[in-house]
Design a protein around this ligand. Structure first.
Ligand SMILES: [Zn+2]
Length: 104
C-alpha cells in the first residue's frame, strides 16, 4: 500500500491532500491509493471547500499595480466577486464598525 503522511479526516487512511480550483473556488480532497488483489485502487475523499481568492488574478494585479494607488480597491472588487451573500453581510458590518470607530 502506498501511503502519504496525511491522515484523512474523513476515512482515517493515509493519503495525499490536494487542492483543486474550479471557477475560482478551491476544494480540498484527500487522494488515496491502495493495491488490492494486484490492482491499484484509487479513491478520494472530499474534505470541503476553502474560501479562496483567485491567486492568478490577484498576482496580475500585484505585478501591474505596484504604482497603482487604486490597487487595493481593485483587490477588494475582485474579492467581492467571490463572496457569498452572508460574507457580504459580515463585511458590511465590519466596515460599519470601522467607520464608527473613525468618527470618534
Ligand atoms: Zn479518505
Amino acid at each position: 500500500m502506498m501511503s502519504g503522511h496525511y491522515i484523512c479526516p474523513r476515512c482515517g487512511n493515509t493519503g495525499y491532500p490536494q487542492k483543486e480550483t474550479r471557477r475560482g473556488r478551491t476544494y480540498l480532497y484527500c487522494y488515496h491509493y491502495r493495491i488490492e488483489n494486484g490492482k491499484r485502487k484509487a479513491w478520494r475523499c472530499y474534505l470541503g471547500a476553502e474560501k479562496y481568492v483567485n491567486v492568478e488574478r490577484f498576482q496580475q494585479l500585484e505585478l501591474s499595480g505596484l504604482s497603482d494607488k487604486n490597487r487595493y480597491k481593485k483587490y477588494i472588487l475582485n474579492i467581492l466577486d467571490k463572496l457569498e451573500p452572508e460574507d457580504l453581510k459580515w463585511l458590511q458590518e465590519e466596515i460599519k464598525n470601522r467607520l464608527i470607530v473613525e468618527e470618534r
